[in-house]
Design a protein around this ligand. Structure first.
Ligand code: NAP
Ligand code: FE
Length: 367
């Protein structure tokens, strides 16, 4: 059997009202917190209020940095870290979707290592971290259980994962915060979780432990497919999608992702296509060329589907009209992808420029 490692150090607490029910836990982490969040949603969905209430109850001071944008940039991370350093904080609480959670991991590194700069996020060397707590408010990225932080680099015109691995110490999962999430965000994030399960299951690093989680995650996702199609977003569905997302995070924490994620970053950067949607657009064409046909079939069977066409129909029903791109644009994105060694080496076969081009061409609306 193949050699592998397994590390998932994040303590997970799941359930309605989980923050208030576990208020006393916060004392363990320090006397002052930096809350890292997005501009609006945490103030509206109850998550920020719940955190502030338990901090006050425990006499823990806090400062709030609420400027994280979607697909957070290195510049915003630097700004958050400069703010956090001045505030002399002991630990970090990230609230929001993958963007604030990822940004908080990078901010954590820059605060914990006083003299570091944003360039150090991409240099492999030992770096300290402060304790971190995650409160995910989307069900998609699973960032609460992954060590990754994907940041937008405007100089390089793409999104890149930092080289340091930062796991949160605690993840507090409450589906209630997702109840008023708009349809598009619900679907795009659910599709991100699905793509983590699918890609994770098919990378060269997939192993017995990641397979167990991926198969369970796919089974749970299959229970959500009908409701997603019907846009029937009940509490029960929110609960399942949040579990799928966290499980999928645990999978990619071990396996990483591969071609759809690598190829999707260009669609997000240049066409403003939401991250999960970008992956899902590329998923069927990726599965068509994947060399491990039995594993592709296993994914379909875990999803309760008979063939790839049925998966394609499901994805099409959620994705609707596909974005327009030109031939020149996708040639350029395909060429860039041929330099993405990290994603390419996670795929079990050599892929040519033509293969990558074909995936883009089949997945989008070529003008
Ligand atoms: P996001 O960019 O964090 O948030 C998208 C939008 O959803 C924002 O407008 C946000 O508003 C809003 N929102 C968040 N929670 C909400 C709620 N409960 N109700 C209503 N609106 C809500 O989206 P995401 O898809 O979760 O994260 C995407 C990012 O994660 C990308 O940068 C992607 O590359 C990264 N990612 C990371 C990993 C990983 O392993 N670390 C894996 C996959 C993807 P506010 O801005 O006002 O909060
Ligand atoms: Fe993702």
């Amino acid at each position: 059997m193949q050699e592998f490692q397994y590390l998932m150090p994040t303590k997970i607490l799941f359930g309605q009202g989980v923050i208030k029910k576990n208020a006393s836990l916060f004392k363990e982490y320090g006397k002052k917190a930096l809350i890292v969040t997005g501009k609006h949603s945490a103030k509206k969905n109850g998550s920020l209020d719940d955190i502030l209430e338990v901090l006050k109850r425990n006499g823990i001071a806090y400062s709030i940095f609420d400027e994280i944008e979607e697909n957070p940039s290195l510049e915003t991370v630097e700004k958050g870290a400069d703010f956090g350093k001045k505030e002399k904080i002991d630990f970090i609480i990230a609230i929001g979707g993958g963007s604030p959670l990822d940004a908080a991991k990078a901010i954590n590194l820059l605060i914990a290592n006083e003299d570091s700069s944003k360039e150090d996020l991409y240099i492999l060397k030992p770096m300290k971290t402060l304790p971190g707590i995650a409160v995910p408010t989307t069900a998609g990225t699973g960032s609460e259980t992954t060590p990754y932080a994907i940041l937008t680099n405007h100089q390089k015109k793409t999104k890149i994962n930092i080289v340091h691995k930062v796991f949160f110490d605690l993840a507090l999962l409450d589906p209630e915060y997702m109840m008023a999430m708009p349809e598009a965000i619900t679907i795009n994030t659910a599709l991100d979780a699905l793509s983590h399960l699918v890609e994770g299951y098919l990378t060269v690093k997939a192993n017995l432990f990641s397979d167990i989680w991926a198969e369970k995650g796919l089974n749970l996702f299959s229970e959500c497919m009908d409701a997603l199609k019907k846009k029937n977003f009940t509490y029960l569905l929110r609960e399942k999608l949040l579990l799928v997302s966290t499980i999928a995070g645990m999978v990619i924490a071990q396996t990483g992702t591969s071609l759809p994620h690598g190829m999707g970053y260009a669609l997000t950067y240049f066409h403003n296509i939401a991250h999960g949607r970008a992956n899902a657009l590329l998923m069927k064409a990726f599965l068509e060329i994947h060399p491990h046909r039995e594993r592709v079939d296993r994914i379909l069977s875990c999803l309760g589907l008979n063939n790839l066409e049925e998966l394609g129909d499901f994805l099409d029903s959620l994705l609707g009209e596909k974005e327009k791109v030109t031939k020149d644009e996708i040639i350029a994105y395909a060429q860039d992808m041929t330099f993405n060694d990290l994603k390419l080496k996670n795929h079990p076969a050599k892929v040519s420029l033509e293969d990558i081009y074909q995936i883009y061409e089949k997945s989008l609306n070529l003008q």
